[in-house]
Design a binder for this molecule. Sequence first.
Ligand code: FE2
Ligand code: FE2
Length: 298
Amino acid sequence: MNQTQVADRERIAERLLRSTATRSYDPELDINWSAPPVPGKAFFPEHRSTLYGTALYEQLSPEQRRELGKHEAASVAGTGIWLEFVLLRLLAKLAYQGDPASRHVQYALAEMAEECRHSTMFARLIEWMGTPAYRPSRLVQRLGKVLPGIAYGPVMWGAILIGEELTDRYQREMVNDESIQPLTRMVNRIHIMEEARHIGFARAELARSAARLTRAELPYHRALLGRIAFIVARNLVTPEVYSSVGLDPRQAHRVALANPAYQETIRYGGEKIVAFLTENGLVGVPGMFWWRRSFLLP
Ligand SMILES: [Fe+2]
Ligand SMILES: [Fe+2]
């Protein structure tokens, strides 16, 4: 990196650190966890349910739909926690390798502190909803374990952004939706506000590191990113949630994957980040096999 790039990076980190100091939340204090759910309000938008619009969904009563939505919300929160754990390790790697006296590393530490609070907040949300704490499959957990060892530069920032931007998109939709539980909306409001900084930081880092990639490195980043995009998009909701309303998980999962409304929900979630990654040359061969199967592409 040349001096201008370093100065630019420090300037962004300085601005984000100032914003963090003035605008951040403590979910332990800022959310009233003792407030019970409001009767009749949903935990997840109906039209974002994985089964929305299918014959299977039509068979469910309004109560069952709300129950399924609650479990789907819990699964997204559980995957969110898993993503944040992976992210914490990626940021810890950056801090470990960098200069602690730089604003850049200091901002990474500030972001880690926020992610710790977010994970606790999502865990409490799951507790509050009274559902099981769903987690991604064993295979996905193993992949999350190796990622910090093999990801650097564009693929590392890309993985962070896919995780953050997909969930951000759904949360932004929910925050203004009066039919959703007020506590859920507050959780989303806090997350959106703090993630805006994280996304800004990661996008600037991705653009900078992608511009420095050599031709020989590019296929590695594209291939790995396609694989990660597929994993994240396909694991937001685990098939186990369907048991909550008496559906067979395997059958309901098959119906969900073939459901055009669900495929559109995934595409909607990825719309902005896919455009950004494409602009930076990171969506392409040899990663296309997984991108196509992820339902993220327009
Ligand atoms: Fe977060
Ligand atoms: Fe974040």
